[in-house]
Design a protein around this ligand. Structure first.
Ligand code: NAP
Length: 490
């Protein structure tokens, strides 16, 4: 099985925050992989931009270190590395003053006619400053785009301000709001499963699906994101973006094509159909949690507040029973959960079908489990379809729940690209299908804001859970009250 690489037009990628964690861990390695795949054409350049004073050579050394740190030694073929480093440049630029902007302009003027992309891998608090400087220094050409990282705001009002600020300088079709979950192979596979197979779609509704679970579990704790995380919490950090995007892809109607507007129109309808959570039902439908000391990856770890060094009620875990008020999904709960310091790092979507209406098998056959479709996003991306079969061999009819297992790593002899690789190239191709449109981001806040406000209004506290477990017992009760259980991770 070979992969198909479509080269993209040459480009200048300006990475604001070029010396930051995201650039070092994700963006530079992803761009290098795209070069290895033969996707980059000449005279493509990658331009790091941040305040630190650095020469081009020093930034090339930073890039080389990043490649060594985050790629396998066998991927670092000498001539490819040298070619990549030739593409790398650096400008010291301050978003908040005029320092460096003329240098950046001079460098960019050498590539006036090629695609230009500004990647804002910086705090959202300086998105507006950077957009204004880009405009004031006349850096926008006819093929310029801007990429912005989450978080887009901390509530609807701040998201609208941020969108207005960027929208004053860039048109909506130039703005790429990245949610790297949408670049994951399995997430795109969800669309293939649903819309390239006749098998599932007739069953994809409340008549045949009992419920849906979406879990995004991290095993790590704060990891140096102290200032940001304590002000955000799990709902803002994970649910408003990644989890709601996954929910949209599961629940949306078939778009008329893969065209960006067609797909995003359908996702928007789902977000607008989410049943509001209010002070009257918030306690029944949501659980907030915060990790306490425990064990993670075999070692003892501190609780959230010890890591933070302060008292805090910020949630590091949230579980929600969401409902979609439309014809397809009325009455089908979507159980969502995400948290830090959980038992393992794992993201998956579980579609549980309804039980069979009548069993012809006697008690000796054993319990007949419902069919499940499990879409694993990380680690070990793949899909499992759980079915009942007859236990092989003599001894009467005994039934067993088994999975038809498709691990992508085993099924395809190709490297599984990081989500950023696909998305960075989509920006150059100007394909917005896997990026969030302004109205989607705002509709997601429109559903999350009342949850945040309701928590505050009724004083719903974060329940403690031991690090290395699956969250507070209340999260188990949330689903078991309905006679269901969280899918056991295998
Ligand atoms: P980081 O490591 O703190 O890096 C921030 C970068 O911004 C640094 O390169 C810094 O360099 C630069 N910077 C700060 N002030 C500046 C200014 N006034 N002018 C120009 N550059 C400035 O942050 P990060 O983790 O890379 O995250 C960047 C953004 O991506 C954040 O919005 C974050 O929420 C988002 N994000 C990150 C990740 C991740 O995995 N890291 C994942 C998803 C989203 P100087 O100090 O040299 O200026």
């Amino acid at each position: 099985m070979s992969s198909q690489i479509i080269p993209v037009e040459p480009f200048d990628y300006v990475v604001f925050g070029g010396t930051g964690d995201l650039a070092e861990r994700k963006l530079l390695p992803a761009l290098f992989h795209r070069q290895l795949a033969g996707q980059l054409t000449e005279p493509t350049r990658i331009i790091g931009a941040s305040r630190t004073a650095m020469t081009h050579e020093e930034y090339r050394k930073f890039t080389l270190d990043a490649l060594h740190e985050h790629l396998k030694a066998e991927e670092l073929e000498e001539s490819e590395v040298a070619k990549f480093l030739d593409r790398v440049h650096y400008v010291s630029v301050d978003a908040k003053s005029d320092q460096g902007w003329e240098d950046l302009k001079k460098l960019l003027d050498q590539g006036k006619d090629i695609v230009r992309a500004f990647y804002l891998a910086v705090s959202p608090s300086i998105f507006g400053d950077i957009a204004d400087k880009i405009r004031d220094h006349k850096l926008i050409t006819k093929s310029t785009r801007i990429v912005v990282e989450k978080p887009i705001g901390r509530d609807l009002a701040s998201a609208q301000i941020l969108n207005d600020t960027i929208g004053k300088v860039f048109k909506e079709d130039q703005i790429f709001r990245i949610d790297h979950y949408l670049g994951k192979e399995t997430v795109q596979n969800l669309m293939a499963l649903r819309f390239a197979n006749a098998l599932y779609e007739p069953l994809w509704n409340s008549a045949h699906i009992d419920h849906v679970q979406i879990t995004v579990a991290e095993s790590v704790g704060l990891e140096g994101r102290v200032t940001y995380y304590d002000k955000a919490g799990a709902l803002r950090d994970m649910v408003q973006n990644h989890i709601l995007q996954l929910l949209c892809l599961v629940a949306m109607e078939a778009p008329s094509s893969l065209d960006a507007e067609a797909v995003r129109d359908e996702k928007l309808k789902v977000l607008r159909s989410l049943k509001p959570i209010t002070p009257n039902n918030v306690e029944k439908l949501t659980v907030r949690g915060q990790y306490r000391a425990g064990a993670s990856a075999g070692g003892a770890v501190n609780g959230y507040q010890e890591e933070l060094g302060a008292t805090s009620d910020t949630e590091t875990f949230v579980a929600i029973k969401a409902e979609i008020n439309n014809w397809r999904w009325a009455g089908v709960p979507f159980y969502l959960r995400t948290g830090k310091r959980l038992a393992t790092r794992m993201s998956e979507i579980v579609i549980t079908f309804k039980p069979i209406p009548h069993s012809i098998f006697g008690d000796a056959a054993g319990r007949i489990e419902a069919n499940k479709l499990v879409i694993r996003l990380q680690p070990d991306e793949g899909v499992k379809q759980w079915l009942m079969i007859k236990d092989p061999g003599p001894g009467g009819m005994r039934l067993r729940h088994v999975s038809l297992d498709m691990s992508f790593a085993q099924a395809f002899d190709v490297r599984n690209p990081d989500a950023y690789e696909r998305l960075l190239m989509d920006v150059i191709r100007s394909n917005q299908t896997l990026f969030m449109r302004r109205d989607e981001v705002e509709a997601a806040w429109n559903w999350c804001d009342p949850i945040l406000k309701s928590w505050e209004e009724i004083g719903q506290k974060a329940q403690g859970y031991t690090s290395g477990t699956w969250g507070p017992s209340q999260a188990i009760a949330l689903i078991e009250r309905d006679g269901r259980t969280w899918h056991e991770i295998d």
